[in-house]
Design a protein around this ligand. Structure first.
Ligand code: NAD
Length: 299
């Protein structure tokens, strides 16, 4: 087992469930001290208890990413318990407010925009602000990481406001990278797609599953979705497959990477932006008259 986080202190927002909880467990397993936080207090406490039961160093607190006071408290908790802060992983997120309905984009109210932007956009800004204030005080650089989404690179059908909020998350992350690089603070976003937590689409009082959609979605068929998921292995993608990228980006292994949005898992983003030729071979989609003109110009 690598020990990339020995002596490091990392705060993770939205880490009472899903990938954030997996990241917190993995950092602790590699010697780091973790501050677990979530808007749902029981989730934060249970995740911290789980990490401690696994032999890791963790404290858990309720912290809502839409509140600057809560983000300041999150950083203060790191300093009070572990003496410093080395990295902030702004991971908390919520799904499209109208997911599962037939509401069209022009019918969604402004309150839904505010709700999702507050968590997925402003939440990253506030977490990074509190972290940078502490990192500048310490004067030895530091790491900022946001969890955005592949939906921050292209538009998922039926996730329009989610996409807008994730584009915002990528934008503010790059702005922090440019502004604070000279102080040795780097900022990146990880953009997952597959292998993520179904809890995102479930009610707040649902049990934390700790597994991915693909793990809980019935028997795994790697050949089931080649158009949307080019890389499909004999076993399904897991939270850990995404969390591995977070650990790399939070650790010194990525010390010279900043201002990047890096996608995790499956090649899905490339599949989404490629031209869809359906079953036709590429040569068949060139119109007859254009092909004839090309053929004659060859001669
Ligand atoms: N699940 C997916 O399909 C998927 C895909 C790509 C990206 N993401 C992103 O990954 C990140 C982690 O999500 P996940 O998949 O692990 O889902 P998850 O729902 O299991 O975990 C997210 C956690 O964030 C918490 N949270 C929500 N609002 C909060 C707030 N205001 N303050 C603090 N915590 C809050 C939730 O209570 C939850 O415990 C999110 O940013 C999400 O948008 C998820």
């Amino acid at each position: 087992m690598a020990n990339r986080f020995e002596g490091k202190v990392v705060a993770v927002t939205g880490s009472g469930s899903g990938m954030g909880r997996e990241v917190a467990r993995m950092i602790a397993a590699e010697g780091g001290s973790v501050v677990v936080s979530d808007v749902i207090e029981t989730r934060a406490k249970e995740a911290a208890d789980l990490i401690q039961s696994e032999g890791g160093k963790a404290v858990g607190l309720k912290a809502d990413v839409t509140s600057q006071d809560d983000m300041d408290l999150l950083v203060k908790t790191a300093v009070d318990n572990f003496g410093r802060l080395d990295a902030m992983h702004a991971n908390a997120g919520v799904a499209e407010p109208t997911f599962g309905t037939t509401t069209r984009l022009h019918e969604v109210g402004a309150a839904a925009w505010d709700q999702i932007m507050n968590v997925n956009g402003r939440g990253i800004f506030l977490a990074f602000r509190s972290a940078v204030t502490q990192l500048l005080k310490q004067g030895s650089g530091g790491v900022l990481l946001a969890t955005t989404s592949a939906a921050g690179s292209f538009i998922y059908p039926r996730f329009p406001l989610y996409a807008a909020s994730k584009f915002a998350g990528n934008g503010i992350t790059k702005a922090f990278a440019v502004e604070y690089g000279p102080q040795g603070i780097r900022a990146n976003a990880m953009a997952p797609f597959h292998g993520m937590s179904p809890n995102l689409l479930m009610p707040a009082d649902a049990p934390v599953l700790g597994k991915s959609y693909e793990e809980v979605g019935g028997p795994w068929d790697p050949a089931g979705n080649p158009g949307a998921m080019p890389l499909a292995l004999p076993t399904p993608p897991t939270l850990r497959d995404n969390a591995n990228l977070a650990l790399f980006l939070l650790s010194d292994e990525s010390r010279y990477i900043s201002g990047e949005v890096i996608h995790s898992v499956s090649g899905a983003t490339s599949a989404r932006v490629a031209m869809n030729f359906g079953s036709a071979a590429a040569g068949d989609v060139v119109p007859e008259d254009v092909r004839a003109a090309l053929d004659s110009s060859d001669k």
